[in-house]
Design a protein around this ligand. Structure first.
Ligand SMILES: *Cc1c(COP(=O)(O)O)cnc(C)c1O
Ligand code: SF4
Length: 346
């Protein structure tokens, strides 16, 4: 058996917790690949090749239990498991796979602010996520300790052409309601900010994050909210996600999705059609379908661009126009995310 850097198991606390449910669920997330595989009744020897342990030390595994419950037991090829389980292939190093494939470091204005595109800035609001996706293009991002975002807010204040602030990360919903509320209060004072956007995977992987405290916090904003959830497979959805999205929509949040095209996870027509239809059924409008950003450690998720285009063409031929996300890739220095196809005809 290959040794893995598992956390030492904490004794369950007998104290009654004052924490919100999402925080205690987060504390119980799987962080040891062997525990996750045991839970799924998968023989670790069959799936964890040599080097899996080094991959897990380089980028820790984190999987909320609710997300693990959506995986199929006894299936080592489960599309949700593939996204989160550290494997030895992550140490393959083809030269075109880079530490910063999208040029984040060139777009960095202050320690936590990226300004790439006009009218909007991206605030790296948290260094943490509820789930660590093995293909994450920020898996090597040099996150810096967070303070009060004073430099970031000063820049936004000084640039009246900025109309929208995107809270991203990491996952911005890893901030607690108090931290989010303070940030919103400061953004409320900047008159030219009319829209606030959240890019998060938490409404999908830890939907209990969308609780009353969170909804109340969002409602303290003067600006309009947009929530872009990251979801890659219909199996990630369910009644819990549906409830979270319904609650967001009930307070007027526009809900959109982004998906990464991933080999052996969602790179076939039936899977993508099902995902887009189910997103809509959950109240989410498909927005972006990203090709993989070539970050080190993710080569085994890559598919040739010609195959992506072919798949996308088939998707457009199958679905109603509004169910088809934009197929995009991020090219450093371009003024917007690059469309990989002719514009949608609507
Ligand atoms: C993707 C991205 C945005 C948002 O782009 P939209 O096309 O508006 O969704 C903004 N800033 C950065 C740095 C980005 O990477
Ligand atoms: S949730 Fe987003 S930022 Fe976090 S690891 Fe996954 S892809 Fe990366």
């Amino acid at each position: 058996m290959i040794p893995l850097p598992c956390d030492i198991k904490k004794q369950p606390s007998t104290k009654i917790s004052q924490k919100p449910l999402w925080q205690s669920q987060l504390a119980q997330a799987f962080s040891c690949p062997l525990d996750l595989l045991a839970f799924l009744k998968i023989d670790a020897g069959n799936i964890l090749e040599l080097n899996a342990s080094r991959a897990a030390s380089a980028f820790k595994m984190r999987v909320p239990r609710g997300f693990a419950q959506k995986m199929q037991a006894s299936n080592p090829d489960d599309p949700l498991l593939r996204q989160v389980l550290p494997i030895g292939k992550e140490l393959d190093n083809p030269p075109e796979f880079l530490s910063d494939p999208v040029g984040d470091q060139h777009a960095k204005i202050t320690p936590h602010l990226l300004h790439k595109y006009r009218q909007r800035v991206l605030l790296v609001a948290s260094a943490q996520c509820a789930v660590n996706c093995r293909f994450c293009f920020r898996r090597e991002y040099p996150y810096q300790a967070h303070g009060d975002f004073s430099q970031e807010l000063a820049y936004i204040r000084a640039h009246p052409d900025i109309k929208e602030v995107i809270l991203s990360g990491g996952d911005p919903l890893m901030l607690n309601d108090n931290q989010l509320g303070k940030l919103i209060a400061k953004l409320n004072q900047i008159e030219h900010i009319g829209r606030l956007r959240i890019h998060s995977r938490m409404p999908i992987v830890l939907p209990s994050r969308v609780d009353d405290g969170f909804l109340n916090t969002l409602q303290t904003a003067r600006a309009k909210w947009v929530m872009v959830v990251h979801c890659n497979h219909a199996q990630e959805l369910g009644a819990d996600v549906h409830a979270a999205i319904s609650a967001l929509k009930a307070i007027g949040v526009t809900c959109l999705s982004q998906t990464v095209l991933l080999k052996n996870v969602n790179d076939d027509l039936a899977t993508l059609c099902e995902l887009m239809e189910q997103l809509f059924n959950h109240g989410i409008l498909p927005y972006y379908l990203h090709t993989l950003d070539k970050v080190r450690g993710s080569a085994h998720f890559d598919i040739p661009q010609a195959d992506a285009l072919c798949l996308y063409d088939a998707l457009r031929a199958h679905l109603s126009g509004y169910l088809v996300p934009r197929l995009v890739t991020e090219i450093q220095g371009e003024p917007y995310k690059t469309l990989l196809h002719a514009p949608l005809a609507f």
